[in-house]
Design a protein around this ligand. Structure first.
Ligand code: PLP
Length: 450
């Protein structure tokens, strides 16, 4: 029944009058009313279709209205819609077992939360309990969520107005060869120097005061920063040396985004705690959690864990999680992510570095890539300044508008666009969407100075 101007007007009016939105000055926004979604596409009320290249905040790994996920929630709602967390529930236990089976050896237990920020909150709380220490180290270029400890650990500017809600947060520079804080020229140098910097940070902060280091396995919103060879191994070695726990934040990259169950599998990393959310059930019902190594879990065998949530392991959310495992295995999702990433996304994006004056670097893995836009390839001056807003951000706004007009909804953050479609996107749609982005980049090219 599209287009439907009356319905659109009602949705917009209710939203503008009553919905208080995240991260926004409420009087300056005009959220798009969305009427429907199916697979990798969603529609507005005018009947315009958008191919979703951002998976709704890098969340919707199995796409809109996946029949298996929808059915699993419907069936669970018909059986037992909710049950409190102190009870043993079949779907909660089944999902925890499935997660433990794909986690590294030595991870058997899962604490469920309602999302990613809470997962990080609880991982940090566990680390503080186990070590008896308070500080937590995190990267400047990071996002860990918006609750009080999670936003304090976050490095990106969303922290600024909230700082310091958790006084134990200490930040450091992670590896980022394209804009190396360490003047490195090779990945090997970047890895070594970033580790030396982290070691210095630990020594100067006082190793005996540090409970944990939290790292997004591939830094997500802040740049799709892939760790250089040896970096995450080096973090493990520093943690072992100083009795610090290593928390892998897999909220964005877990459950298939990199073509692995967990991103750590791609890099041979060995954390003590793994946090997840989003892709575990594509956000159909809010769910996140912490996968707990035996070493941490054993601490709580005789000591009570001081924390809990009414909705921990909600049956509807867990049912969608169990269905996610079935779909991933039946449809070979991890294999197709690796295949599409290597065969289509990577070569196409590498070509853009040659063909577009505005494309300074591309990087990523699986179906998770960043295209970093610059004014000048020599100086690497970003196409828009760090944390640009309003008129300063106009070139990125123009790029995004061109992509949307041509039917692709892009992910844009500062001077980057990320390629993060649902993992079920058809090959045809992927190729079509990439060609729309390719064309929209000519809009960005017009702002270059070289
Ligand atoms: N950690 C990472 C790496 C994320 O990307 C996000 C959200 O984008 C979060 C944590 C916070 O998750 P949530 O929004 O579910 O609280």
């Amino acid at each position: 029944a599209l287009p439907d101007a009356a319905a659109e007007a009602q949705v917009r009016a209710d939203d503008r009058a009553h919905v208080f939105h995240s991260w926004s000055a409420q009087g300056l926004i005009d959220p798009l009313p969305v009427a429907a979604g199916e697979g990798s596409t969603f529609w507005d009320y005018e009947g315009n279709a958008y191919l979703d290249f951002s998976s709704q905040l890098v969340n919707l790994n199995l796409g809109h209205q996946h029949p298996d996920l929808v059915a699993s929630i419907q069936q669970q709602a018909g059986r037992l819609a909710t049950i409190q967390p102190a009870i043993a529930s079949d779907v909660r236990g089944e999902l925890a077992r499935l997660i433990a089976e794909v986690a590294p050896d030595g991870f058997e237990k899962v604490f469920f939360t309602n999302g990613g920020a809470e997962a990080n909150e609880y991982a940090v709380r566990m680390a503080r309990q186990v070590t008896g220490r308070r500080k937590v180290l995190s990267m400047y270029r990071s996002y860990h969520g918006s609750t009080s400890t999670a936003i304090s650990l976050t490095g990106d500017p969303r922290r600024w107005a909230n700082d310091p809600s958790d006084i134990g947060a200490v930040r450091f520079f992670g590896p980022y060869l394209y804009r190396s804080p360490f003047h490195s020229e090779t990945l090997e140098q970047e890895s070594e120097r970033a580790l030396a910097h982290l070691e210095q940070t630990i020594l100067l902060e006082g190793p005996s005061t540090i409970a944990a280091i939290i790292i997004e396995t591939v830094v997500g919103t802040n740049g799709v920063l892939v760790p250089p060879p040896g970096y995450l191994q080096g973090v493990r070695e520093l943690c072992d040396r100083f009795g610090i726990l290593y928390i892998a934040d897999e909220v964005m990259v877990g459950f298939g985004r990199l073509g692995e169950w967990f991103g750590i599998d791609a890099f041979g990393a060995r954390p003590d705690l793994i946090t997840f959310a989003k892709g575990v059930n594509s956000g159909y019902v809010p769910l996140g959690g912490v996968v707990i190594s035996d070493r941490v879990a054993e601490f709580f065998d005789r000591t009570a864990f001081p924390g809990g949530l009414t909705y921990s392991g909600h049956p509807l959310a867990c049912a969608a999680g169990v269905a996610t495992f079935e779909v991933f295995r039946r449809d070979g999702i991890l294999e197709r992510v690796r295949d599409l990433g290597e065969r289509i996304v990577e070569p196409t994006l590498r070509g853009w570095v040659e063909s577009h004056p505005s494309v300074g670097e591309v990087r990523g893995r699986g179906l998770f890539w960043a295209v970093e836009l610059v004014r000048d390839k020599e100086t690497r001056e970003p196409l828009v300044p760090f944390n640009a807003a309003g008129a300063d951000a106009a070139p990125m706004g123009a790029f995004a508008a061109a992509a949307k007009k041509a039917g692709v909804w892009p992910f844009v953050h500062f001077n980057r666009t990320h390629i993060a479609p649902p993992l079920v996107i058809s090959e045809d749609d992927l190729v079509r969407g990439l060609s729309v982005i390719d064309e929209a980049l000519t809009v960005a090219d017009a702002y270059t100075t070289s």
